[in-house]
Design a protein around this ligand. Sequence first.
Ligand code: SF4
Length: 692
Amino acid sequence: MTTTHCPYCALQCAMHLEPGPDGRLAARPADFPTNRGGLCRKGWTSTEVLTVPDRLTRPLIRKDRDSELVQTDWDTALDHVAERLLALRAESGPDTVAVFGSGSLTNEKSYTLGKFARLALATSQIDYNGRFCMSSAAAASTRAFGLDRGMPFPLTDVGGAEVVLLAGANPAETMPPMMGHLSAPTLIVIDPRRSATAQAALNGGGVHLAPRPGTDLALALGLLHAVRVQGWCDEDFVQDRTTGFETAWEHAAAWWPERTEQVTGVPAAHIRAAADLLGRASRNHSAYILTGRGTEQHTKGTDTVSAWINLALALGLPGRQGCGYGCITGQGNGQGGREHGQKADQLPGYRKIDDPAARAHVARVWGVDPHTLPGPGRSAFELLDALGTDDGPRAMLLLGSNPLVSAPQTERVRERLASLDLLVAADFVLSETAAMADVVLPVAQWAEERGTMTNLEGRVLRRNRATAPPQGVRTDLEVLSALAVRLGQPPQRFPTDPDTVLAELGRASAGGTADYSGVTPHRLASGEALHWPVREKEEPTPHLFLDSFAHPDGRARFTPVPHQPPAETTDTDYPLIATTGRTMGHYQTGAQTRRVPELHRAEPEAYVEVHPDTAARAGLATGQWARITSRRGHTRARVRLTPTARLDTVFLPFHFAGDQAANNLTNPALDPTSRMPEFKVSAVRLEREPAQ
Ligand code: SF4
């Protein structure tokens, strides 16, 4: 039996893997603080992904864009990739090669990918799909507290609170075992939908506030207004541990509940009641504010999270036991993935790439001259959108990501990918993006290799190998090492053993914000709770900020944030708002979960949640196929009449591809700080699918 962690979300539930009667690995839950012996249906069925019928076991290559992918051997595939990359680089310079990573990669792979880009390719053009995940919360946390660790407290603390406010998070469907931590507190759920979590809040005597999509920031300002006017501000905390309250208040002063109701649609009485609920619990230092993608994936996502943090600071929650602000990370290694250098603007240790001291430190560990390290590159969507353009990359290497489904405005991304001279994908199946590649490299999966992940609490975990990969398959580390050598790097610079990489990652991160220098295989195996920073011979703590925040003066910052409307508005042609999210049965782009028979049977196709009156106006009945059209494209989805839906809003899950892809609709307008696209607000119209 092998004990390890789930391949999917950031809860990183622990599980035991052992062969069942048919000889295939089966998963059952293990006891661990985040899942407490529970798994969701994705976790229970996770081993099926290891043996999907279309698993790739040989590299694939195509002669030219018009020919089919055919099997080849590793040397031919890697030689071809290296030759083409070197030729393109000689013609157009190092930035002609782009790298696109993932928040699902282990810490060791994330680190090696960043190093590979900066040394073997010498390119600045690297970013990853985590930019689409929680970059807004990361930016807002950094500016408020001086660092970003999704939850600066252990999840087990949350269960002891009197009140938890969840803004744009739906853990009842996305990470069900987390609800075990939310059964005792009274919940205040902010979500345009009556999600399963919102329903759980109502069932438990809590509150569901359903703002018009794109107005979360106004609602947070309205709650801050109500909290202050109703006497719940923690004046001593604000005075002693923060700066900037009065400037931030200038933006909240005009958001009295009735005005907030006009913009958000949330009744003023409900805003006052929620403020009282939150205020009373905060007096006892017993409330948490947690944000998720619903409130973060906006062109004002960073400011919106800042507004929630301002509210938490006014209530005196952060930096104390029993209360606080945190972000519920989504992807399995969403936290670690952004700490080790696969972000366009960062080096390992969560260091800024344009900081001379950071460059000198990392260059020393890598044994290179800091002046040879490239500077910051383009963010994820900007990188995808530049592919094949006059001054954009002509080649891209993709690891563990499926941007043809996860990025906004699918058709534009497809055109850009198709315009590349060379697309190389490392994957274990032909995902929608891998199917467009010129070379596909078959790689090992979660239970077939060792590595570490960092969960939503900033806790570093060990994933263990439970089975050998299929014959012919290599690990991502082996692929990067083999390519690096072909690109002229010394082999010892790109080790393939995860423990060796972890040790080097520790040295590279030492002294940085996310310090892993004390993470060792021995400490991981002992089960020690390694919430970063983890330094040698120091006992790490799951609680950050209890004495001071990470800014030089030790104080947290209020950020003045005005409400602004979404990037696009509705009109007579596009009268509804489409918003997107996850469902119980699927994970991210569905590349894994759509291949698991039980999950596919439960949720085989895209659906659209529509209020019955809205559906009737479009001539639609439940079960019919609808066409949903935005200013960028259209998609199709099966109608689910949903009496609790807002009349002006439809909801679509984003796990489906092709003509059922929700991201055919979404808006690539970006947050100016985090560069997060506006996934959550698209103006659309709803019609019957013409084929019916
Ligand atoms: Fe746990 Fe998330 Fe895996 Fe479900 S998908 S078992 S919640 S880690």
